[in-house]
Design a protein around this ligand. Structure first.
Ligand SMILES: Nc1nc2c(c(=O)[nH]1)N(C=O)[C@@H](CNc1ccc(C(=O)N[C@@H](CCC(=O)O)C(=O)O)cc1)CN2
Ligand SMILES: Nc1ncnc2c1ncn2[C@@H]1O[C@H](COP(=O)(O)OP(=O)(O)OP(=O)(O)O)[C@@H](O)[C@H]1O
Length: 200
């Protein structure tokens, strides 16, 4: 397969929409190429390199659209005694909410059809946030689906106790410096199946 030309925020600016489309294709290709091994490697890298405190409340995500799979990591965190939760879109311009979830518990279709724990599950504040994305740069900037949800959410969480923010992606979704906007939340770590990048 020919490598699609590489859009960056450097000499040749591309629109966010173009980068999203390109990144979506890269993600699909990598999901197919790497299969389940990627999620297992990501889990190992996070456990090896990201400092964890006792009793973290870890926000994962239910992988959709070929997002790198955080579930092996979530299962390992649970086995170590940490808590787990999943995001919920509360309103279009609001931060995400997080609800407690244990693997095996039922999920319901939430906003955009993404499975979520549902109104019966307890609301919690995560101390460790696994953040999906379509593109990351090596400085920890992130491009998502464009709703600004994680930007608003991470900004709000950082006003409280200092959470650990970990972007999760396939290595092929890592690129050169993204044009950063003032509202863009920056990850503390970006972890792929190949490496851990510590950004601060
Ligand atoms: N697995 C997973 N769960 C998640 C997120 C995520 O990125 N991944 N979210 C992270 O925020 C939230 C859901 N956010 C989403 C935001 C936009 C679209 C979406 O489909 N956007 C349209 C464009 C709509 C518009 O421009 O207004 C699209 O991509 O076609 C989907 C999910 C919460 N749960
Ligand atoms: N902290 C914030 N406060 C208010 N509005 C914000 C904030 N962060 C982002 N937004 C709004 O959200 C819009 C979308 O932001 P952006 O394109 O960076 O989303 P994204 O990070 O790709 O999406 P997502 O986080 O949902 O995956 C911005 O144009 C902005 O208007």
């Amino acid at each position: 397969m020919t490598e699609p030309s590489f859009p960056t925020a450097g000499a040749q600016p591309v629109s966010k929409a173009e980068l999203r489309r390109h990144a979506g294709l890269v993600r699909q290709r990598e999901a197919r190429r790497l299969g389940q091994a990627a999620g297992d490697r990501i889990a190992r890298h996070v456990l090896d390199a990201v400092p964890l405190r006792p009793f973290e409340m870890a926000a994962g995500y239910w992988p959709v659209r070929a997002e790198a799979d955080p579930l092996p990591l979530m299962l390992a965190l649970k086995a170590m005694g940490h808590g787990l939760c999943l995001p919920e879109v509360a309103a279009r311009n609001a931060p995400l909410l997080f609800r407690r979830w244990l693997p095996g518990e039922p999920l319901t279709a939430g906003a955009y059809g993404i499975p979520a724990p549902g109104a019966g599950a307890r609301l919690v504040t995560p101390s460790l946030v696994l953040v999906p994305g379509v593109w990351f740069d090596r400085q920890g900037a992130r491009l998502g689906y464009g709703g600004g949800f994680y930007d608003r959410t991470l900004e709000a969480l950082r006003r409280g106790r200092r959470p650990t923010i970990v972007g999760i992606a396939y290595d092929a979704q890592l690129g050169d410096r993204l044009a950063r906007e003032p509202h863009d939340a920056v990850m503390d770590f970006v972890v792929t199946e190949r490496r851990v990048i510590r950004t601060r």
